[in-house]
Ligand binder design. Structure first.
Ligand SMILES: CCCCCCCCCCCCCCCC(=O)SCCNC(=O)CCNC(=O)[C@H](O)C(C)(C)COP(=O)(O)OP(=O)(O)OC[C@H]1O[C@@H](n2cnc3c(N)ncnc32)[C@H](O)[C@@H]1OP(=O)(O)O
Length: 167
């Protein structure tokens, strides 16, 4: 069987730098170097270091439209996933989403400033359980998610040709 040419799937951002944080600059959710990304910037509250909380405000336009006037459901999932992923570093782990479930409670509007927040719930070994919500400024919850993140160890990183972040 011929070996597939994977090089054609390699985006320009995948340069030779093996450091995971430097390579994360093109993350669709938070990477500052991704011209088509969401450029989310989170504030993380670690006043209780066991239960970090991440928050950001965002406002999207028709580039991310699904139903007329509202954000596409896949982008809503991205926002919730990204917010939950921001809890991993404060917990001193690298982790990836294994499972998430979403309640789309109300359509999420375009052209309005909204609040995206996430909170760590619990940990069982390498399994991290988080939750996230998108709210209107008045506190109305528009969408919420629960996520299971799995801690990625150094061996898996090395298999992907990556190194741990500099602490
Ligand atoms: C390789 C590249 C490295 C890059 C490192 C970068 C890291 C930092 C970048 C962060 C970036 C963030 C960006 C935003 C967050 C994303 O979007 S991340 C991207 C989306 N996620 C992915 O692509 C992950 C793809 N999945 C995988 O690679 C593998 O499944 C994982 C996550 C490494 C886990 O693999 P595994 O260890 O073989 O998993 P497995 O043993 O089957 O399950 C783990 C545990 O979860 C439990 N479990 C599984 N499914 C369920 C379920 N549905 N319900 C309940 N429990 C479940 C299992 O029972 C198991 O439990 P234990 O037996 O340990 O008690």
């Amino acid at each position: 069987m011929p070996i597939p040419d994977t090089s054609r799937h390699t985006p320009a951002s995948m340069d030779a730098n093996p450091n995971i944080e430097k390579r994360a600059s093109h993350c669709f959710g938070c990477g500052p170097a991704n011209p088509q990304g969401l450029h989310l910037v989170f504030t993380t509250d670690t006043s209780n270091p066991d239960i970090p909380v991440a928050t950001t405000q965002f406002q999207l336009d028709r580039l991310h439209e699904g139903p007329p006037g509202y954000i596409h459901g896949g982008i809503v999932a991205t926002l919730l996933d990204e917010a939950m992923s921001k809890l991993n570093r404060p917990l001193n782990v690298l982790a990836m989403t294994r499972h998430m479930e979403i309640d789309y409670l109300h359509p999420v509007p375009l052209y309005q400033s909204l609040v995206l927040t996430s909170r760590h719930l619990s940990r069982e070994g390498r399994k991290l359980f988080h939750r996230a919500e998108i709210q209107r400024p008045d506190g109305t919850v528009l969408a919420r998610a629960k996520g299971l993140f799995i801690v990625i160890d150094a061996r898996l990183l090395a298999l992907a040709g990556l190194t741990q972040p500099e602490s």
